[in-house]
Design a protein around this ligand. Structure first.
Ligand SMILES: Nc1ncnc2c1ncn2[C@@H]1O[C@H](COP(=O)(O)OP(=O)(O)OP(=O)(O)O)[C@@H](O)[C@H]1O
Ligand SMILES: [Mg+2]
Length: 469
């Protein structure tokens, strides 16, 4: 059946000229001479696309866009104008126009945009996954057995004050879990103070964590409370704990053992009342075995352990997470009915998600920014996942900037000092990874094409990406 296209004629008659071209292309155009007629037609009949001028009779073209978009958020509206005006282009888009086409344009250009809009409208009729209903929240999503287990663990942790070590890859929700423990504990009315240990330079560690008195060091112009003290009877969350240097670990261990702190420049003893939660994405057991992390601190922090699985190991959660993020981003972007096509969803399910749930959240957001009032298509999803600003896409390794000679000399020097115990294996690994990254860059992140280029299987590429984390 031919797609019907509503043409709302403006004063400059740009649109009427398009009528014949649309008929030639097999569309079925209907012409409205006034804006209010156009609205009435659109209410009565199903159109695939609306083309309107801005200076239409009856209502203003921009008001027509607003009204039509309000009543039919999925109906693509193309605004055609006699002059290019950036303000109007922005305003029309803000009000929900699908595209903005200033004159002079040729018929080919117009038809191209119409074709795109028709395809978009048709795609809305394919199977969709729509945003979750109910109020938007910032809590933990998930209904799998693993998540149920996690909710129980959080409940258990909320019922006491022992230190909890939360572990999992980046973006798996460690901070969210820490927050959930705090808000389900008797301390919920007190502060939750997150501290990023990795971002704390050694020189600032003590003053940040324990505070200082005026004059304790040059530049200490006033007393400042440290994080332990300002958390009061609340919760202090020591994030990225695996990144602390050994001397910082020693200082932290001491205060945790003694359960008290002293501000720099003061002899007053202040008892620690805050509960300590900590998190890391690092393999602490190996760090302990290699003497990079103190075992006594590890045991002190690890009164109870919560482990979060990477997203690729809990794909049964994907559906709920996607609908959750569709809803949250949809609200942020002010979209009427955010949704995703089923083939785009299938694509998301096939990915390895090295950045886990944070990455998923960003991908949905970016794809929605493109799709706006239309469903996220496979192309949107692929582009968002492979976006160069995606911090989880394989980065060009530092290797590229080096010559092979300097790289090899570095390896040998590392082997001599004992820092690189398996130099040959390390070299094979680095080169292999470098080749894979180059192929992925050359194919814009397309794993199948990269695999084909290198004559290896797609699974091999996946496994390498996974191993690289
Ligand atoms: N189960 C979940 N339901 C809903 N949102 C989640 C869930 N898990 C994580 N998120 C969201 O994913 C993002 C990343 O979570 P969070 O910051 O807690 O991860 P993390 O493990 O602390 O990561 P990193 O190690 O990089 O600091 C946040 O926006 C968080 O709200
Ligand atoms: Mg975190």
């Amino acid at each position: 059946m031919a797609s019907k296209i509503l043409l709302v004629e403006g004063e400059s008659d740009l649109i009427a000229g398009a009528e014949q071209a649309l008929v030639n292309e097999g569309y079925e155009p209907a012409l409205a001479h006034r804006g209010d007629d156009g609205l009435a037609y659109a209410r009565d009949e199903v159109f695939a696309v609306v083309l309107t001028g801005l200076r239409v009779r009856g209502v203003s073209g921009l008001d027509l866009v607003t009204q039509l978009h309000l009543e039919k958020p999925r109906l693509p509206i193309i605004v055609v104008t006699a002059v290019w005006d950036s303000e109007q282009a922005i305003e029309a888009t803000r009000r929900g126009a699908f595209d903005y086409l200033p004159a002079p344009f040729d018929t080919r250009e117009l038809l191209q945009i119409v074709r795109k809009a028709v395809a978009c409208e048709l795609s809305c009729r394919l199977p969709l996954l729509t945003a979750a209903s109910g109020p938007s929240h910032f809590g933990l999503v998930g209904r799998s057995r693993a998540m149920n287990e996690l909710f129980r663990e959080i409940g258990k942790a909320g019922g006491n004050s022992i230190p909890v070590l939360i572990r999992g890859e980046t973006g798996t929700g460690k901070e969210l879990v820490a927050w959930a423990i705090h808000s389900h504990s008797a301390r919920a009315d007190h502060l939750f103070v997150p501290v990023n240990s990795a971002a704390l330079p050694e020189s600032l560690l003590e003053s940040e964590l324990f505070g200082y008195e005026r004059g304790a060091f040059t530049g200490a112009q006033a007393r400042r409370l440290g994080h332990f003290e300002s958390a009061g009877k609340g919760t202090i969350f020591l994030d990225e704990i695996g990144d602390l240097s050994l001397s910082a670990q020693a200082k932290l261990l001491r205060v945790l053992q003694e359960e008290q702190i002293q501000r720099l420049g003061s002899s007053k003893i202040i008892p620690i009342e805050a509960r300590v939660l900590s998190a890391t994405h690092r393999d602490l057991e190996t760090a302990v075995a290699e003497k990079r992390f103190r075992d006594d601190l590890f045991f002190r922090l690890n009164g109870m352990e919560i482990i979060l699985l990477p997203l690729r190991e809990r794909m049964e959660e994907l559906h709920d997470l996607v609908t959750h993020f569709l809803r949250r981003s949809g609200l942020e972007l002010n979209l009427a009915e955010p949704s995703i096509q089923s083939d785009a969803f299938d694509f998301l399910r096939e990915q390895t998600w090295p950045g886990n749930i944070r990455q998923l959240k960003h991908v949905i957001h970016r794809a929605l920014l493109e799709a706006r009032n239309h469903p996220i298509t496979l192309a949107h999803a692929e582009a968002a996942y492979n976006h160069p600003h995606n911090p989880h896409n394989p980065k060009p390794a530092g290797l590229k900037a080096m010559t092979i000679g300097s790289y090899m000399r570095g390896l040998v020097a590392g082997a001599q000092t004992g820092q690189i115990p398996h130099a040959h294996a390390q070299m094979i690994h680095d080169m292999d990874w470098e080749l894979v990254t180059c192929a992925l860059e050359a194919t814009h992140g397309n794993k199948a094409r990269a695999a084909h280029l290198l004559d290896i299987t797609r699974n091999t590429i996946r496994a390498k990406l996974q191993a690289q984390g």
